[in-house]
Ligand binder design. Structure first.
Ligand SMILES: Nc1ncnc2c1ncn2[C@@H]1O[C@H](COP(=O)(O)OP(=O)(O)OP(=O)(O)O)[C@@H](O)[C@H]1O
Length: 287
């Protein structure tokens, strides 16, 4: 099965701003995390990949389908699971009716099989008990899970998930990670998140987007390695730190350019991410 998603030079201007600037990357199955600060262009990129908005320039193919053609777009949409950032719900739908509605749109015509599938995905996201409840009566986190169930219905070959862990409690977050890890075993998943821990625990690969450009593409270990020798501990605020914060132990954890003889610490993925963003900012200043 073709699991490749390959983008080349995706560029999109919205309201006079270049929101995506020559974005290229390649996914070969598994789970990839998309990290980036607010306004980086993550949601916009995911919308392009979900065929909700076309790019001005550049191209992409997913699972062998080319969305530039009508037939390719249709084929891609049939194998796509999309969790948008703000899924619109008909407020009077029950959780079951909403997911069932999405399954109908995905052309699951056999009613019995479709209902079994709807029950399966609602069970996967831990909502079996409330499937008959109206969406408007559910909590925010539960609504996210209904939307996630809708994205997973039919077992999409390519899942595009926009901040799927936002609003989930810790237990749900763990459950979700397990679910996505399983999904990624046979398919291609791209998820945006602000949680570096989601990426560290779940993703095979990571893309960092900032200012509409890809700033890093590689494995989580490679992103973490970016911060090797650049994280250190100090008693007070350190002058060479690009970022620094007081830890529970009372000392400062610093990321940046350590002084001679600094007490170096083992970097985390978050440190690597901060360094990747910081190198981006330094590049912009140098220009
Ligand atoms: N329709 C639009 N018209 C004009 N500007 C837009 C439009 N949609 C998005 N933008 C701008 O594009 C930039 C990227 O937005 P986007 O929502 O893709 O970022 P993001 O990385 O998902 O941010 P966040 O982490 O806050 O969700 C922002 O500066 C935003 O204001």
């Amino acid at each position: 099965m073709n699991r490749t998603v390959s983008a080349s030079g995706l560029t999109l201007r919205l309201g006079g701003t270049t929101v995506l600037d020559d974005v290229s990357f390649r996914l070969d199955g598994g789970v990839t995390g998309l990290l980036g600060p607010n306004g980086a262009g993550k949601t916009t990129l995911l919308r392009v990949l979900a065929t909700a908005v076309p790019a001005d320039r550049g191209a992409f193919t997913a699972l062998g389908h080319d969305p530039a053609t009508a037939a390719g777009r249709l084929a891609l949409r049939r194998s796509l699971g999309y969790l948008p950032q703000d899924p619109g719900f008909h407020p009077d739908f029950t959780a079951f009716a909403f997911v069932d509605y999405v399954a109908i749109l995905k052309e699951m015509t056999d009613r019995g099989a479709r209902h079994r599938e709807v029950r399966r995905v609602l069970d996967e996201v831990g909502l079996s008990d409330v499937r008959g409840k109206r969406v408007k009566r559910l909590s925010g986190g539960m609504r996210r899970r209904v939307a996630l169930a809708a994205a997973l219905v039919g077992g999409p070959g390519f899942a595009v998930l926009d901040e799927p862990t936002a609003g989930l409690d810790p237990e749900q977050r763990m459950r979700f990670r397990d679910l996505v890890a399983r999904l990624g075993e046979g398919r291609t998943v791209l998820l945006s998140t602000h949680q570096t821990e989601d990426v560290a625990t779940l993703c095979h690969r990571v893309i960092v987007l900032a200012g509409g450009r890809v700033r890093f593409e590689g494995t989580p270990a490679e992103l973490t390695a970016r911060a090797a020798g650049r994280v250190w501990s100090s008693a007070g605020r350190a002058p060479g730190a690009r970022a620094g914060w007081r830890t529970a132990a009372g000392s400062f954890r610093n990321v940046g350019d350590p002084p001679e003889g600094a007490d170096l610490l083992e970097p985390t993925l978050e440190d690597g991410y901060l360094i990747a963003l910081d190198d981006t900012a330094a590049e912009a200043t140098a220009r």
